[in-house]
Design a protein around this ligand. Structure first.
Ligand code: PHE
Length: 341
C-alpha cells in the first residue's frame, strides 16, 4: 500500500507540473479526484478490503496523500488564475503616454486665399462683395449684357446650356445686372465666383474657373477712375508700384472696351521672364465703360449715370502669384499639391 501511495504521489506531481491551462486542471481533477474513478478515490475505496491493523496505517497514508494532493491542486489552480489575469491585463493594457493620432488640419485652398485678398483690398476701397447665381437665364447671361443673338458667346460650343432658357454662366458679368436691378447708384461692387466654359482642359484652361467682376456706377464716372482703381488694387496686391495700359477691345456690355495689362512685376522686361516672356506686360482681363444699353436694361438712366466694369481670372492670378504652371492642379484635389500652400 505504501508503495502504491508513493507511486501515485509521484505521478500526481508529474501530471500537475505539466498543467498550464484550466482544461489541463480539469483533466487532473478528473483523473485523481473524480468520485467514480479518481485514482485517489479508488485507493481510498481499497482501504475497506484491508484488515483493521493494516487499514489504520494505510488510511493515514492515503489521507495524507489526499490532503497533500488537494492543497497542491488548489495552489496550482490559484497560480494559473493569477497568470491568466496577468496575461489578460497585459493584452488589454493601454499606454496612456502614447501620443494621440494627430488630425491633419486643412488649409485654405490657394484660390480661396487669393480671392479673399482681392476682396479685402476692394472692401478697403469702399466696394462690397456681391454674390449671384451660377445658373442663370439667358436674360441675365446675355440679353441684359447687350450680347445679341448670334454672338459666339451665346453658342452652345462655348456655353453649357441646361435648357433653352437656362445656362451655367460663362462670366460673372450676370451679377452686374442683378446688382444694378437691386440697387440705385452709387453702386460699387465686386463679384467673385465660378464660371463655366466649354473649353478643353490645358495648362491655362479649365471648363470651370474663377473670375472676379467689378462694377462702379455713379455720376461722372470715367475711364480715369477705372485705371486708377485697377492700378491701386494691383499695387496693394503685389506691394509694389505697377503701370497699367489699355488696349482697345470689344465686349458687348462695355463701350469703350479694353484689354487691361499691367507692367510685369517679376522682371524689367528680361527676355527669359517666366511670366511675361520678355514682353514686360501681363494681361489682367477685360474692362470698359458700362454700355448705355446695359444701364437702360437695368432701369438706370445712362444720361445721368455712367460706370466702369472689369473682370479677370482669379485662378490665373493665383497661378502667377504662386508660380504654378498648370491651373488644372488647383482642381485636382491632390493633397500633395495642396499641402504646399
Ligand atoms: N466678363 C469679361 C470676360 O469674361 C471680362 C469683362 C468684365 C470685360 C467686365 C469688360 C467688363 O472676359
Amino acid at each position: 500500500m505504501k508503495q502504491a501511495v508513493e507511486q501515485l504521489k509521484e505521478q500526481f506531481l508529474n501530471d500537475l507540473q505539466d498543467v498550464y491551462s484550466s482544461d489541463g486542471l480539469q483533466q487532473v481533477r478528473d483523473t485523481y479526484f473524480s468520485r467514480k474513478s479518481g485514482r485517489i478515490t479508488l485507493l481510498m475505496r481499497q482501504l475497506g478490503k484491508l484488515s483493521p491493523e493494516e487499514r489504520k496505517e494505510a488510511g493515514r497514508l492515503v489521507n495524507e496523500l489526499r490532503d497533500f494532493a488537494e492543497s497542491l491542486f488548489a495552489e496550482r489552480q490559484q497560480a494559473l488564475r493569477l497568470q491568466d489575469e496577468a496575461r489578460r491585463a497585459e493584452s488589454e493594457r493601454l499606454d496612456v503616454t502614447l501620443p494621440g493620432r494627430r488630425i491633419k488640419p486643412g488649409s485654405e485652398h490657394p484660390i480661396v486665399r487669393v480671392k479673399q485678398r482681392i476682396e479685402d483690398i476692394f472692401v478697403s476701397m469702399g466696394y462690397s462683395v456681391e454674390d449671384g447665381p451660377e445658373i442663370d437665364t439667358t436674360f441675365y447671361n446675355f440679353d441684359a449684357l447687350n450680347i445679341p443673338v448670334g454672338h459666339p458667346a451665346r453658342e452652345s460650343q462655348d456655353t453649357f446650356y441646361i435648357d433653352s432658357e437656362l445656362a451655367l454662366r460663362s462670366q460673372t458679368s450676370n451679377i452686374q445686372i442683378h446688382a444694378m436691378q437691386k440697387r440705385r447708384p452709387p453702386i460699387r461692387i465686386i463679384a467673385p465666383g465660378k464660371v463655366f466654359r466649354r473649353d478643353n482642359p490645358d495648362p491655362t484652361h479649365n471648363p470651370m474657373f474663377f473670375q472676379v467682376e467689378g462694377l462702379n456706377v455713379a455720376e461722372g464716372i470715367h475711364m480715369g477712375h477705372l485705371k486708377g482703381t485697377l492700378q491701386i488694387f494691383l499695387e496693394k496686391l503685389f506691394s509694389q508700384s505697377v503701370r497699367l495700359r489699355f488696349r482697345p477691345s470689344y465686349f458687348p456690355f462695355v463701350e469703350p472696351g479694353a484689354e487691361t495689362d499691367f507692367s510685369c512685376i517679376f522682371c524689367k522686361a528680361e527676355s527669359d521672364c517666366r511670366v511675361c516672356k520678355g514682353v514686360g506686360w501681363i494681361e489682367l482681363g477685360g474692362s470698359g465703360m458700362v454700355h448705355p444699353n446695359v444701364l437702360s436694361a437695368c432701369g438706370i438712366d445712362p444720361k445721368k449715370y455712367s460706370g466702369f466694369a472689369f473682370g479677370f481670372g482669379i485662378d490665373r492670378m493665383t497661378a502667377m502669384l504662386y508660380g504654378v504652371d498648370d491651373i488644372r492642379n488647383f482642381f485636382s484635389g491632390d493633397l500633395r499639391f495642396l499641402e504646399q500652400f
